[in-house]
Design a protein around this ligand. Structure first.
Ligand code: C2E
Ligand code: MG
Ligand code: MG
Length: 763
């Protein structure tokens, strides 16, 4: 948990004292103290958390400090024996340096958002800077400088230019793609207020007695907003990269158009008022610059559109190329296979002939890869494809539709019996040993057969039917063939219904999250909850998660479900935080493999956190162990999330093939030992195994949770094994948020032996 700094309240007290104090040295000192406390708030809040944008916050703190010193000096000079200075002073040097620090802070954020090279964003920023700079100079600053000395004019010009630059950078930041949150809103408001304060200051600079106190109060308020932003949880997400580049929306186009109109509008408003020659030139130059920028912006937008059209064409070419070959097996790829099947069905529709599709799914292919290496796996695939080609007629197509899944399309085979004959031949051909480095390797396949008469199906459907038949062949013992029939037809229809019902249920709010407490074995107190999805299907009742999650995982539906879970859990966390009832480690949600591998997962997690302003450390992601080992993309996404401070828990440990040694390489903070290891933990041998796992996990800096604790004996054994946390029906069942026991009530009664709680690792 990032510790909450007490500096912000102290700064507020100092600000109130400043407001109450009469102008004079004491007031100036209080002003300086307030500002420095605000800068310190930013530093302390940033140091207390892992954030990508730490450097930006330190620069912002430096900006605040420079500003305060500059202003305190300015106030002191004004009150000094010489009275208000007319020309530039050291105070001005400090104040101007503020701009550099703040702009650098924004640039650091933009770099970490990967928006630094977003030239279009910069042009938008420049348009805003020139338009607003021009307006404030011509309308506000210049008239107030009437008759002032050249040095004063130059200084006012420098301030106005600084304001404009800062505003431009802010516009680039606001337009960049990336998560929004309260911190980003506060920061932009704070910086915006800084600009207003500057303008007011310039306006009143030449007034007798200098700028009024409310102008100074504006400075403090701006500082307060910036410091407040740093203490908000979403401050940690400010530098998180967004999904791609921010698009050139209608709103942006309108902004550019309005900016270009600034000059004519200023001219129009001034009407007959005589304009000094210098101003006239300024307006002309600004007009040229603005039109130039607008043209640049348009050409960048056109360039973007052209680049994306080119990328699309390249992708199409690429797809067309990939669609025809698979380099490894020489078989048609999935896209080409589907096209060929579609064409065959089309012909069958006209001729009334039969089409047969065999789906050949190699058995235990992963084990071949694991045991003999990928090169041998490739060899087996290539040999299998070759044998399939040998087993069919020349007009028939052999395709590869998945890693270890091949298909054979039989056009006009004559009869169902002829299709089955080929299927048997294929089965036998695959079983013939493959020579690998001299040693024979035997592989089998499960074959699914689907038939279409008169081309009454589409290619996708025929493939799905063959797949369903192959699945049944696998389930019934592998190495055999099955034909798609009415029973499988009913299963497929049921699946489609279920998927449609889940989709509709998500829309209609039929899903809910239940929360199961995770308890600290030292204190018996709840430290977090695991969020578990529940579905009350109208007319059916409660559907077990095993059923609806498995159904959703067959397609991208599980990503929709995952997003809903993330948003709902984050909202509940925010509600608990507001009521002071959040458990110290927040909530854990289960992320399924498919969602973890999808392109949107990082944005989904960051979006849920930012929307509810929840610190990343409070939302743990539970990932099943096997996913992490098999998929490099999953690893990459998890690392990105860990980098943002989101904890990761390895779920169901003990059900897959992860060895204890591999634990140290996983981007995780916590290990959850599966119920199947926990259930027999009270027996000596099983207890020793749990102790071994706990010991290894601790050595790698992982905290350990035991899942599915059902008996007091298991609990005692887990404590003895050194386990840190436990979850299970013995302690509490998963419940709706409103029915949970109070978070601070110990769920384990009686004295607890001391155990070593490992703080989750932070790398
Ligand atoms: P899991 O992540 O391992 O969740 C723990 C499961 O163990 C939950 O089952 C929980 O109710 C059950 N459980 C907890 N304590 C005990 C106990 O003492 N004894 C026994 N027998 N069971 C216990 P549930 O809710 O049925 O969920 C099953 C699985 O479904 C979860 O396993 C998880 O993999 C998946 N799941 C649940 N909700 C979600 C979700 O929102 N998203 C995803 N992707 N998967 C979810
Ligand atoms: Mg889980
Ligand atoms: Mg589990």
């Amino acid at each position: 948990m990032p510790h909450r700094p007490h500096l912000l309240p102290a700064a507020l007290v100092a600000a109130v004292l400043w407001a109450a104090a009469p102008p004079g040295p004491a007031g100036t000192a209080l002003f300086a103290v307030t500002g420095l406390l605000l800068a310190a708030t930013v530093v302390v809040a940033t140091a207390g958390r892992a954030t990508q944008a730490a450097r930006a916050w330190y620069l912002a703190a430096a900006g605040l400090a420079l500003l305060v010193v500059g202003h305190a000096l300015g106030l002191a000079q004004r009150l000094g024996p010489g009275g208000p200075p007319a020309g530039p002073t050291t105070a001005d040097a400090f104040c101007l340096a503020t701009y550099a620090a703040m702009a650098a802070a924004a640039a650091v954020i933009l770099r970490s958002r990967r928006a630094l090279r977003d030239w279009a964003g910069w042009v938008d920023g420049a348009v805003v800077a020139v338009a607003v700079g021009l307006l404030s100079w011509v309308v506000v600053v210049e008239p107030a400088l009437d008759g002032a000395a050249a040095a004063v004019r130059l200084l006012a010009g420098a301030y106005t230019a600084g304001d404009a630059v800062l505003l431009g950078v802010l516009a680039a930041f606001s337009g960049s793609a990336g998560p929004r949150g309260a911190a980003s809103r506060w920061l932009v408001s704070g910086a915006g207020l800084l600009l207003v304060a500057h303008l007011m200051e310039t306006l009143h600079r030449l007034a007798p007695g200098g700028p009024p106190r409310w102008v100074t109060a504006l400075w403090l308020l701006a500082g307060l907003l910036v410091a407040g932003a740093a203490t908000l949880p979403s401050a940690a997400l400010l530098g998180a990269p967004g999904p791609g580049r921010a698009p050139f929306t209608g709103r942006r186009a309108l902004g550019v158009a309005v900016a270009v109109l600034t000059v004519p509008v200023v001219e129009l408003v001034r009407g007959a008022t005589p304009v000094p020659a210098a101003d006239h030139r300024l307006l002309q130059v600004a007009s040229v610059v603005l039109v130039g920028l607008a043209l640049t912006r348009m050409s960048l937008a056109v360039g973007d559109a052209q680049a994306s059209a080119r990328a699309r064409t390249a992708l199409q070419d690429d797809l067309a190329h990939q669609a025809s070959h698979d380099h490894l097996t020489g078989a048609a790829t999935r896209a080409r296979t589907l096209q060929t099947v579609e064409a065959a069905l089309h012909r069958a529709r006209r001729s009334g002939s039969l089409v047969g599709l065999l789906l050949v799914d190699l058995d235990h292919f992963k084990a071949v890869n694991d045991a003999h290496g990928h090169a041998v796996g490739d060899l087996v695939l290539a040999a299998t494809a070759e044998r399939l080609r040998a087993a069919v007629r020349t007009g028939d197509t052999v395709g590869r539709v998945g890693g270890d899944v091949l298909v054979v399309l039989l056009e006009a085979p004559g009869s169902e019996a002829a299709v089955l004959e080929v299927a048997h031949r294929v089965l036998a051909a695959v079983r013939t040993p493959v020579a690998v480095g001299g040693a024979p390797l035997v592989v089998s396949a499960s074959v699914g057969v689907a038939l279409s008469r008169d081309g009454d199906l589409d290619a996708d459907r025929l493939l799905r039917e063959a797949d369903a038949a192959a699945q049944r062949a696998k389930a019934d013992g592998r190495g055999r063939l099955e034909v798609f029939d009415d029973a499988l037809r009913a299963t497929l229809a049921e699946r489609a219904d279920l998927e449609a019902a889940i989709r509709a249920g998500l829309r209609r709010g039929e899903f809910a999250l239940h929360y199961q407490p995770v308890v600290d074995l030292r204190t018996g107190v709840t430290v977090s909850y695991e969020a578990l999805a529940r579905w009350d299907r109208p007319g059916v009742g409660s559907v077990p998660p095993g059923v609806f999650i498995t159904a959703a995982e067959r397609g991208d539906l599980v990503c929709d479900l995952g997003r809903w879970v993330l948003r709902t859990a984050a909202r509940q966390l925010a509600a608990w935080r507001a009521a002071g009832e959040a458990p110290p480690h927040g909530v854990a949600v289960n992320i399924s493999a498919r969602h973890l591998m999808s392109d949107t997962v990082v944005a989904d997690v960051v979006g849920a956190l930012a929307a509810e302003d929840v610190p990343p450390a409070l939302l743990t992601l539970e990932i099943t162990e096997t996913v992490l080992l098999d998929h490099p993309v999953a690893h990459e996404h998890l690392r990105a999330l860990r980098h943002l401070g989101v904890p990761v828990s390895i779920d169901d440990f003990g059900t897959g093939y992860t060895s204890i040694g591999q634990l140290q390489h996983l981007p995780a903070t916590t290990l959850k030992i599966d119920r199947s290891l926990v259930a027999p933990a009270a027996e000596p041998a099983a207890g020793a195994l749990v102790a071994l796992v706990v010991h290894a996990a601790h050595a790698f800096g992982l905290a350990v949770v035991a899942e599915g604790v059902e008996t007091p004996e298991q609990l005692v054994a887990l404590r003895e094994a050194g386990c840190d946390l436990a979850q299970g029906f013995l302690l509490a069942r998963p419940l709706p948020a409103r029915s949970l026991p109070p978070v601070r009530t110990p769920l384990v009664p009686g004295p607890l032996p001391a155990a070593r709680l490992v703080e989750p690792r932070t790398r």
